[in-house]
Ligand binder design. Structure first.
Ligand SMILES: [Zn+2]
Length: 151
């Protein structure tokens, strides 16, 4: 399942990527361009725009402007769960590749390198990820939402 968040839903897009979902987040543009991309890439459109949602067959209209509730709304509509946290770059949606401590020595502080052995790098923007406190907090926040469990 591939998703596309309209330009009002940037935080939601980053969280869906963290959850492992392929989530496009295009620059603001014409509705027609957005709809064409949804169709050509076979994505489900997530939008707060009622009229735009009505023009697309595969669309979920988001009603809340609170992130936690937005995640719940999408999860309920599409049976989302935590697919694979840390598989995808939150910033650019690329699949992460694993990296060694040596690979990340210039971009990760020594304290982090001494506590963690597994790292991932985004092949597009170069950002490095690891399962640190930030990761724990994000997973804890998702668990608090009590989303459906993976089958
Ligand atoms: Zn990236």
């Amino acid at each position: 399942m591939k998703l596309l968040c309209d330009h009002m839903l940037g935080s939601l897009a980053r969280w869906l990527r963290f959850m492992g979902y392929d989530t496009a987040y295009p620059e603001p543009g014409r509705d027609r361009t957005l709809i064409e991309r949804v169709r050509s890439e076979d994505r489900i459109l997530l939008t707060r725009d009622k009229e735009l949602a009505a023009r697309v067959t595969d669309a979920v209209r988001i009603r809340s402007d609170i992130l936690d509730d937005q995640i719940r709304e999408v999860a309920a509509a599409l049976s989302l769960h935590l697919v694979s946290p840390l598989s995808r770059c939150s910033l650019c949606n690329e699949i992460l590749v694993s990296a060694s401590t040596e690979d990340v020595k210039d971009s990760v502080p020594e304290g982090v390198r001494s506590r963690h052995r597994a790292f991932w790098r985004c092949p597009s923007c170069g950002r490095v990820y690891w399962r640190g406190t930030h990761w724990d907090k994000m997973v804890a926040r998702l668990n608090e939402l009590e989303l459906p469990r993976a089958p």
